[in-house]
Design a protein around this ligand. Structure first.
Ligand code: ACO
Length: 329
């Protein structure tokens, strides 16, 4: 079947109320400083979920905003596809909790775990559901409360992440608008460069795994950096080839927001000028599966994306997974 099958008809985002700046780490005994974090990552602050805030509550808020923007009510949603690695509960899926929270009683609901590339994977799953006639209206959510799975004693990781959720309504495409190309890849041989050693079936959560840190996120930052740049540059090229477009014909690139240096190096490798690249990592930190749909919602609401804009999305994350989409709005 010829693309586009699907388009985005509404977006929303939600972040916790509390903002933690780089200066706030000193108060919790982390030896770091604003200049180190800004120079290495571009991050100045992140949102941190507090009491009463959860992945489900943020996802429900973002979803309601996206539904209002799309003019869709809960009963019209056929499927909820949720990308996350930080669910409120390990069983059942996070999407199930959102389904109940927004009252989407007809919707099939399930999660996609592709870490920071999760929203890109989830959009492609939604496209499949629509193209095969399994759904007409899909709520695609990407988001995290990563601050609840990072080790707050490990300065190598805790300064990088933040909490937030983005939601997107995906429907059948009309008038040639929508998803023009996609590219998805994984290299599981590199899984242990960014992972949580304990907490799953192999090594259960316990006082010992919490005390030795193996319950939390572990990362080899330099290796991640190297692979992220190479893979995201590759994904840009593949998505452009798939859509038969040149980099010049793309109006905007929305990359996964992990680190401004990764974003700049990717743009350089892909021959894309930074004035076409959206960056908000300074305000949110790395919200993993949330980063791209949050940025998309900002771009739509600020008018950076308008009718006819051609936008490339590119992501990279634990797995390693990486991927890209090109969408005409
Ligand atoms: N504050 C101050 N010093 C720190 C901090 C900190 N927060 N964290 C680490 N350091 C120290 C290290 O201990 C080390 O000290 P040492 O030399 O005395 O041992 C020194 O800084 C250099 O550490 P490196 O890890 O070599 O620093 P690097 O320049 O590689 O920067 C960083 C680290 C920012 C993590 C970088 O490797 C990076 O950005 N990697 C990508 C990781 C990423 O973005 N992951 C997100 C998840 S994956 C994704 O979303 C794409």
């Amino acid at each position: 079947m010829k693309r586009p099958h699907v388009m985005f008809t509404g977006t929303g985002r939600a972040v916790p109320k509390r903002i933690m700046t780089n200066h706030d780490f000193a108060a919790i005994g982390i030896e770091t400083d604003d200049a180190w974090i800004v120079d290495r990552t571009g991050i100045r602050q992140r949102h941190v979920a507090g009491p009463g805030e959860s992945l489900t509550s943020l996802a429900a808020e973002a979803s309601k905003t996206a539904m209002a923007a799309a003019g869709v009510n809960a009963a019209e949603i056929d499927a909820i596809v949720m990308a996350t690695v930080s669910p409120d509960h390990l069983l059942p899926a996070a999407a199930v909790e959102v389904q109940a929270a927004i009252g989407a009683s007809r919707a099939a609901a399930f999660d996609v775990d592709a870490a920071c590339t999760g929203w890109i994977y989830a959009v492609v799953v939604a496209e499949g559901l629509i193209a095969t006639g399994n759904a007409e209206t899909v709520l695609v959510i990407g988001g995290e409360v990563l601050t609840r799975i990072v080790n707050w004693k490990d300065r190598n990781t805790c300064v990088l992440f933040g909490d937030g959720v983005g939601a997107t309504i995906v429907k059948r495409a009309t008038k040639g608008k929508g998803l023009l190309s996609s590219y998805l890849r994984t290299d599981g041989t590199l899984a242990k460069l960014l992972w949580r050693p304990a907490g799953g079936g192999e090594m259960a959560a316990s006082d010992a795994t919490i005390a030795d840190g193996s319950f939390w996120v572990h990362m080899q930052g330099r290796e991640v950096f190297k692979h992220a740049v190479r893979s995201m540059a590759d994904a840009c090229e593949r998505a452009l080839d798939g859509a038969k477009l040149s980099a010049d014909s793309v109006d905007l690139v929305i990359p996964h927001q992990a680190n401004v240096r990764i974003i700049e190096a990717t743009a350089k490798h892909a021959n894309i000028s930074m004035d076409k690249v959206y960056v908000n990592v300074d305000r949110y930190g790395n919200t993993s599966a949330g980063s791209i749909p949050i940025a998309l919602d900002e771009c739509i609401r600020s008018g950076r994306i308008t009718d006819g804009s051609t936008v490339m999305f590119v992501g990279f994350g634990a797995g390693f997974t990486w991927g890209s989409l090109i969408v005409r709005f």
